[in-house]
Write a protein that binds this ligand. Structure first.
Ligand SMILES: [Zn+2]
Ligand SMILES: [Zn+2]
Length: 291
């Protein structure tokens, strides 16, 4: 009973991991029910139907949240690839959290761990070590990966607003779903929240799974990372994953003129308005040093 209550409480308060067996590789089904429900709820489309406005909304929210995840959860919080203000940092942390992939500190801490141990036995989501499905989706359902290891994100854990958002990460997706309901009823919720979020899930997770399996390797990195143009298109630039593992702190992941990196283009645009600055990038010598 205690375990059940603990699993349920984790839906609302992610800091409540004290009772979890530290090294448990088992999947806590109760804890993961909201994630499963996200997928099932997409079937609601058979009740609410479709409209041009709902599809446009779905795509717009997909684009907004893919950008928040790639530019901020990944390049900013995980790699400090550029600088921004505390206000914008929180706004995009909130938009990123509305994609229901847990909080920014959890995400960044696990991602930094991935870069430290890429494709070794320690890597939490290596397809070459632990299988494709595990790297795609099962790894973050395991009890051992629920907690945020703040040791890995001390630099951002000093901001109380980020710690709060990370702890109560459900606030962001619930806010988005509520706003959608007010704006357009259940059709907007199904398309704008559930379908859009599940699409964002799948393309994000493909970077952990497919981008370590399928594609080309321009650089001989110690891991199995690949460049994949289709993934780069779907994820606004993250598919240049071999480039990224070669030079992780770069704000730009498409290194060559034909490697489209939409996130970087938007960041450049934001930098013109002074909203982000000090975008890091490798020198041409580093880019062209094909090893
Ligand atoms: Zn990787
Ligand atoms: Zn990374």
């Amino acid at each position: 009973m205690n375990k059940l209550l603990n699993s349920l409480s984790l839906w609302f308060d992610t800091s409540n991991t004290v009772d979890l067996p530290e090294k448990s590789k088992s999947i806590d089904i109760v804890r993961c029910l909201p994630y499963l429900f996200m997928h099932l709820a997409c079937l609601g489309v058979f009740w609410v139907g479709v409209s041009p406005a709902a599809v446009i909304l779905c795509l717009a929210l997909y684009a907004m949240r893919v950008f928040a995840l790639t530019a901020f959860y990944h390049r900013y919080f995980s790699h400090r690839a550029f600088k921004t203000s505390r206000v914008l940092q929180f706004i995009f942390a909130f938009v990123g959290a509305s994609a229901a992939q847990r909080g920014p500190l959890w995400w960044a801490a696990h991602h930094r761990f991935h870069h430290k141990h890429s494709d070794t036995q320690l890597d939490h989501h290596s397809p070459s070590r632990k299988g494709f499905l595990h790297s795609h989706t099962l790894w973050f359902l395991e009890s051992q990966n629920f907690a945020t290891n703040e040791e890995y994100v001390k630099d951002f854990a000093k901001y109380p607003e980020l710690v709060f958002l990370n702890r109560y990460d459900l606030v962001a997706p619930i806010t988005l779903a509520t706003l959608l309901y007010i704006a357009g009823g259940w059709q907007f919720v199904i398309w704008g929240f559930f379908i859009s979020t599940v699409l964002v899930y799948q393309v994000t997770f493909l970077i952990n799974s497919l981008a370590h399996v399928f594609g080309t390797r321009r650089y001989e990195t110690a891991d199995q990372s690949r460049n994949n143009w289709l993934l780069a298109l779907l994820t606004f630039g993250e598919g240049w994953h071999n480039n990224h593992h070669y030079y992780p702190s770069s704000a730009r992941q498409g290194f060559l003129w034909y490697q489209l990196d939409i996130t970087y283009l938007i960041l450049k645009l934001l930098s013109i308005f002074g909203l982000v600055w000090d975008l890091r990038s490798p020198s041409p010598e580093i880019i062209h040093a094909e090893s």
